[in-house]
Design a protein around this ligand. Structure first.
Ligand SMILES: Cc1ncc(COP(=O)(O)O)c(C=O)c1O
Length: 499
């Protein structure tokens, strides 16, 4: 029995001194496969879902005999790499997915191999220092001040969750002497209200529900024609909620809304939040990294007035998923999530020279996601990153001018960041229903055929298309080609349906 066990475990499956050669070979082969992925002509093969599902022999994992690395890599290619969505492809202009830097890939490779868990000093030593340095850097860019600190998270949703949790627990503690962390719920919390623009990310509502506060605790505030929260509407909503007996506890200002890239007027929102002693959270998941640019940094020059901030490097700093941070102006608020476990970070062994990042996170085991960004900042450099962000913004503006001049299109807004919401709108069609059907058809047809990935959203109940530009390699020529496909597909729908 023991010899069978030895036979299985003595092989070179595990990363370690004994497997240096096997490791290098496996990685070399994997890189070759990845390079073949880069040869894919289209952003997506266009393979039908039923065909992908039918590849059962490739999908199945419960097989008796293991495969060689070469055979498994071939399967990965046939099942995944041949059909994966290429975010680096110029015809992918759909969601907030960016091409990644080579430096980040190197950083991620190292982080995966070493497999550091950044939770306690005794598991992460200098990795702790690297994460803290990246956090120090971004807090400094945001001018959050001496007491600022932060932690890497799984994404904007989790960062927003932490902000909402702290806003709730802090207000309950300061105004009602409640310790929700220790003692749980209290009825007064049912009256807590969080305000954000009607264009804020859905995670604000979802998180409120997960925090037990319900969707109804989030009050959507009207936006202006540039899709920015209206401060006077915020002041009015707060008053109305107070008159109804509810308790305003927090405002979320979005710096770069998901659809429109719009920046809420933080300088006007901040005094309102202060007036009511509300927590001010900045959701900069999309727009936060633009603090590095000359074109947008002025929009973030009041970010230091916020209590907390979300910033996603996997959206706008060319990092592989996940790479996101939650920042606090005053690090003492981490007490709302801190916990001390005898086996990991006993309170009586607390040592400021050997910090345990676990005390700032809602996760326990956590990937060393900071390394790839640290590596990117060292190798790619701040200037090149900022220039790339400016480039995709300027591309969005150029596309906006083109669309405005074309009678086949209706534009919803002037881009403030790098998204562009618009729709194909034939002047001879009157019905909204038909416009909706045409735009849906365009999006689905182009995706399903692998020609182009564009997103869609709704504006006042109507379906609009959306470009999200995050690839600095995408040119105006590439976008003109996509617009040509959109026009042809729209006209094709009209011809088929005789409109
Ligand atoms: C403004 C904003 N906030 C939060 C999020 C959620 O981020 P994540 O997908 O990283 O959880 C998004 C995602 O698109 C976003 O656009």
């Amino acid at each position: 029995m023991l010899s069978t066990v030895n036979q299985i475990t003595e092989t070179h499956h595990f990363f370690g001194k004994q497997s240096k050669y096997a490791y290098s070979e496996a990685i070399r082969k994997a890189v070759n496969q990845i390079n073949r992925f880069l040869e894919n002509d289209r952003f997506y093969s266009g393979e039908k879902p039923e065909m992908l599902k039918s590849k059962q022999d490739l999908l199945q994992v419960d097989r008796e005999y293991p495969l060689t690395i070469d055979d498994a890599l071939e399967q990965v290619k046939m099942l995944y790499l041949d059909h994966a969505i290429s975010f680096h492809h110029p015809d992918y202009v759909a969601h907030l997915n960016c091409p990644v830097t080579i430096a980040a890939l190197v950083g991620d490779l190292i982080a995966s191999a070493v497999n550091t868990a950044v939770e306690t000093w005794d598991q992460s030593t200098s990795a702790t220092l690297i994460e803290q340095e990246v956090i120090r850097w971004i807090c400094h860019e945001m001018k959050l001040g001496e007491q600022a600190d932060g932690v890497f998270t799984s994404g904007g949703t989790q960062s927003n969750f932490m902000a909402q949790l702290m806003a709730r627990d802090h207000y309950a503690f300061e105004h009602f002497s409640l310790n929700i962390k220790e003692n749980g719920w209290s009825d007064v919390v049912n009256k807590f209200r969080i305000f954000c623009s009607e264009k804020a990310h859905f995670s604000i509502k979802k998180n409120a529900a997960l925090l037990g506060m319900g969707y109804h605790s989030v009050v959507p505030v009207k936006v202006d024609e540039r899709m920015k929260l209206k401060p006077e509407a915020l002041a009015r909503s707060i008053k109305e909620e107070k008159e109804a007996g509810n308790i305003p506890i927090a405002v979320v200002a979005t710096m770069g809304t998901t659809d429109y890239g719009s920046f809420d007027p933080l300088a006007d929102i901040s005094p309102i939040a202060q007036q009511y002693d509300m927590w001010l959270h900045v959701d900069g998941a999309y727009g936060g990294c633009y603090v590095l640019t000359d074109t947008h940094k002025h929009l973030l020059n009041t970010a230091h007035q916020a209590d907390s901030m979300t910033i996603d490097f996997h959206k706008t700093l060319f990092q592989p998923v996940s790479s996101s941070a939650f920042l606090l102006k005053d690090q003492k608020h981490f007490r709302y999530v801190s916990h001390y476990a005898d086996y990991l970070n006993p309170l009586d062994s607390k040592n400021p020279d050997q910090p345990n990042l676990l005390e700032k996170s809602i996760q326990t085991t956590r990937r060393f996601d900071a390394l790839k960004l640290w590596f990117t900042l060292k190798v790619t450099g701040r200037k090149a990153l900022a220039a790339s962000l400016e480039k995709v913004h300027l591309l969005a503006l150029e596309v906006y001018e083109t669309l405005k001049a074309d009678p086949h299109f209706e534009v919803a807004h002037k881009p403030e960041l790098s998204t562009m919401v618009f729709r194909f709108k034939s002047p001879v069609v009157a019905h909204e229903k038909v416009h909706n059907a045409i735009n849906k058809y365009i999006k689905n047809t182009l995706f399903n055929s692998g020609q182009a990935a564009i997103a869609s959203t709704k504006l006042n109940g109507s379906i609009f298309l959306k470009f999200t530009f995050l690839n600095p390699a995408t040119t105006i020529k590439d976008v003109m080609n996509i617009l040509k496909m959109i026009k042809e597909t729209g006209l094709e729908y009209k011809a088929i349906n005789r409109y």
